[in-house]
Every structure is written in structure tokens, then in C-alpha cells.
Design a protein around this ligand. Structure first.
Ligand SMILES: Cc1ncc(COP(=O)(O)O)c(C=O)c1O
Length: 428
């Protein structure tokens, strides 16, 4: 198919709700490591990583060699049968969860399913119904996951009962108009009143992304999650960490984002970067909590041997190549460079994130903080013109999200900054 035929077929045969970046959809034809090529063979530097999914580089040769071998050995059996790749992956994951305490896994195919499973498990284990999620969150696209999600754009159809939304720790736009640390982390202590006033008082769980991904990399202060954990546990709730974006070392030095806040969750969910592009969903829980999901359940593709092989290979690769450390050092280099760009471009109101998960929030005016929505859209088009891929997000659509593969180096960051700088100037 030609590029034009592909775009036309997209329009004609896909749901119109399938939205694309850019005015004219970009057709990607192939990819390798930190680069992708479009249908006209133009090369782009990929600092979005397939929305935080290409964790160890496109078509990573080490991972793909193992996938190819597994593909020719055993492709599918379903969860009705045991297989070595699933068992080996579950065993490996159990060994790297915080404190080695979350040891039982259930595999599915997406972050959405992983969160569905986590909510179901928490409700079965606690016998409670109410769930507390965060405003500005994103947890997926099933009816429940959309109800958990705290952004109107991503909530379609009627909401499910039993979900309330607490304030997030959006320090740049504090919901209480306060400033950290004088605020005493009011957004966290507000949880007590939220539970007392909007739930029955006993809750099944609190679910949060340690850093809100689609929400624009909103990064809470150090005390936030431990304050919340105490309140949630007092009300009978479990702590679910949605690590779909923050997992597998991306935040630097630790396997899971929530570890940066010193909290050991009861359930972790994962997807995206776990298998570097193969569809996967993971719900891993403390054993007694997993045991609370009584009865039987099935996922046809969950723990698929090929996907499980990919996921185990990714974890091994991250470990062998010390990519968690690379996320710390190269992430710090990236952060410093973005802060330098902030000095130069007035439009950059905030720089935030952790490790190789960084964002810039664009504002029309640094005092009023009016979201620079049109300028962000122009910037995205300019990055495309300059052959750079980045993400866009945030409740107001004014955040540029940066999540390159975790095995990039500082020279890639230099190239990225040069292209972003040029795009910022051209789109001003
Ligand atoms: C934090 C988070 N949770 C859950 C999901 C849903 O994952 P999926 O799109 O694989 O269903 C996403 C997707 O972007 C996400 O960012």
C-alpha cells in the first residue's frame, strides 16, 4: 500500500475515535533502536518510545531473537495449560517486586485489563466496594478503567458506580492554591475527608500512578503517597500502584515508580514497557490478596508463551545492561538540559518528572499559567517537521512528554535537545 492508501484505509475502515497525532497522520514503516522511519524513508529520533512502551529500543535484537525462537517452539496454549515462559516470567517478577512481597501474578494483554483485575481482586479480598482514584489520572479504556480515569476527555459512556476521585499532587497548579512545602501536603491529608464524605467509610482500594502519565507527568512530593497510604489503610483499603508507565526502572534506580516514595503497595499493575511492544498486562499481588480472588478466571492470551518470553527477556536485558542506573544518570542529564531550555524559552512554565520520564508544561504567561494549547499543537507539528517524536498530554493538552527507550545515551539527549530547541523557536 502507498502512504496515501494507508491513510485513506485508516479513515475508511477504522473507528473515527482512533485519533492520530499531527494534522496529517504520520505513517511509520519501520524502526530500529531509538529511530523510526516513515513511509517516505525519513528517519525520526523517537523520544516517545511508542508511548512509553519501547523500553529497550525498537526491534531490540536480543529480545527479538528470543521471541523468534519461542514463536517457532510454542506460540499459544491459553491459561488452561502450564508453560515454562509464563512460569519463568512470574518467578522473575516475584523476585523484583518491592521487598519481594508481591509474588503472585495474573497475566493479561493490556494495562486496562491489568487494572480491571486489580480492582476485582481488591474488592474480592476486602469485601468492600468503594475505590478512590486520582483526578488527572489515566487507567485505561474499559468501562471500569474509564471510571477510574480522572480526565473528562478519556471518559466515554456512563461511569461505573463506586469510584471517587481525590486531589492529585499537581504542585504547579495546586488545587488548594498552596505552595510546597508550606502546604503540608494538604492534597494528601484531604484523603481523610474524601473517604469520610464520599464513600461508606470502608474502601476496597486506592489506585494511583506514581507519576501521572497521560496527565502530563504530574510528580507528587516525597511525602504524598506515604500520607495517603496511612489514611487508606485505616479505612480498610489496599494500595494499588498503576506502574503501566512508571515500571521497569524508568524512574531511575528502582524497578517500580512507587518505590521512589518508599511505599510497598499491595498490588502492582504493569503493561506497556514490560514487553517492549508485545501486548501484555500484569497484575501482581501479595499472595494472600491474590488468594482472595476466589473462583476461577481465564485469559485466553494471558501469559502467552511468546509474550511471556519477550517480557522476561526485557527484564533480563534491563538488569544485565544496568538500565535502571542509566535512567538515573541519563535522566538527570536530560532533566538538566530541559531546565536549561526553560531559561531560554519563556513558554516552558514547568519541567517535571523522574529518570527518563520527563515533561515540559507550556504556558502563555508564567504568572497566569494560562495553558499554551495552540502553541503546544504547533510545537508538536514542528517536532514532526524536524524529525523528532515526542508525546503530548495533560488535562489541558499543553504538556510535552518525553520517554525515550531506556538504553539511550547522552549523545541522543544532545540531539533531542537540539531538535526540541529548534522546534520551540520555529513554533513560537
Ligand atoms: C498509567 C496507565 N494505566 C493504564 C493504561 C491502559 O493501558 P492499555 O492502553 O494497555 O490498556 C495506560 C495507557 O496509556 C496508562 O498510561
Amino acid at each position: 500500500m502507498t502512504k496515501e492508501e494507508i491513510i485513506l484505509a485508516n479513515k475508511e475502515f477504522l473507528f473515527p475515535a482512533v485519533f492520530h497525532f499531527y494534522k496529517e497522520p504520520l505513517v511509520i514503516a519501520r524502526a530500529k533502536d531509538q529511530y523510526v522511519w516513515d513511509a517516505d524513508d525519513n528517519q525520526y529520533l523517537d523520544f516517545l518510545g511508542g508511548i512509553v512502551t519501547v523500553s529497550v529500543g525498537h526491534c531490540n535484537s536480543t529480545i527479538n531473537a528470543k521471541i523468534h525462537q519461542q514463536l517457532d517452539t510454542l506460540q499459544h496454549v491459553s491459561t488452561l495449560f502450564a508453560n515454562e515462559p509464563q512460569a519463568a516470567l512470574a518467578k522473575k517478577i516475584a523476585s523484583i517486586t518491592p521487598g519481594g512481597k508481591l509474588t503472585k501474578s495474573f497475566f493479561t494483554n493490556s494495562g486496562t485489563e491489568a487494572n480491571e483485575t486489580a480492582i476485582l481482586t481488591a474488592r474480592c479480598y476486602t469485601g468492600n466496594t468503594d475505590i478512590v482514584a486520582l483526578r488527572h489520572s489515566y487507567h485505561g479504556r474499559s468501562a471500569m478503567a474509564m471510571s477510574l480515569t480522572g480526565q473528562g476527555t478519556w471518559r466515554l459512556g456512563p461511569a461505573q458506580a463506586g469510584v471517587v476521585h481525590a486531589h492529585n499532587a499537581y504542585c504547579y497548579r495546586c488545587p488548594f492554591g498552596l505552595t510546597y512545602p508550606a502546604c503540608d501536603v494538604r492534597c494528601a491529608s484531604d484523603m481523610e475527608e474524601l473517604i469520610r464524605t464520599t464513600t461508606g467509610g470502608r474502601i476496597a482500594a486506592f489506585i494511583a500512578e506514581p507519576i501521572q502519565g497521560v496527565g502530563g507527568y504530574v510528580t507528587p512530593p516525597r511525602e504524598y503517597f506515604s500520607i495517603i497510604e496511612g489514611i487508606v489503610r485505616n479505612h480498610g483499603g489496599l494500595f494499588i500502584s498503576d506502574e503501566v508507565q512508571t515500571g521497569w526502572g524508568r524512574t531511575g534506580g528502582k524497578w517500580f515508580g512507587i518505590e521512589q516514595w518508599g511505599v510497598t503497595p499491595d498490588i502492582i499493575t504493569g503493561a506497556k514497557g514490560l514487553a517492549n511492544g508485545s501486548p501484555v498486562g500484569l497484575t501482581v499481588a501479595k499472595p494472600e490478596i491474590a488468594d482472595g480472588l476466589k473462583g476461577v478466571t481465564l485469559s485466553t492470551f494471558g501469559g502467552n508463551p511468546v509474550t511471556a518470553t519477550a517480557a522476561k527477556a526485557v527484564i533480563d536485558f534491563i538488569e544485565e545492561q544496568k538500565l535502571m542506573d542509566n535512567c538515573t544518570t541519563t535522566g538527570a542529564y536530560l532533566r538538566a538540559a530541559l531546565e536549561e531550555l526553560q531559561q531560554k524559552h519563556q513558554i516552558i512554565g514547568d519541567v517535571r518528572g523522574m529518570g527518563l520520564m520527563q515533561a515540559i508544561e507550556l504556558v502563555e504567561d508564567r504568572t497566569t499559567k494560562t495553558p499554551a494549547v495552540a502553541q503546544t499543537a504547533r510545537l508538536l507539528e514542528a517536532t514532526r517537521e524536524n524529525h523528532l517524536l515526542v508525546g503530548k498530554g495533560g488535562l489541558y493538552g499543553n504538556v510535552i512528554r518525553v520517554t525515550p527507550p531506556m538504553n539511550i545515551g547522552t549523545s541522543d539527549v544532545d540531539q533531542f535537545i537540539q531538535l526540541l530547541d529548534k522546534s520551540l523557536t520555529e513554533s513560537a
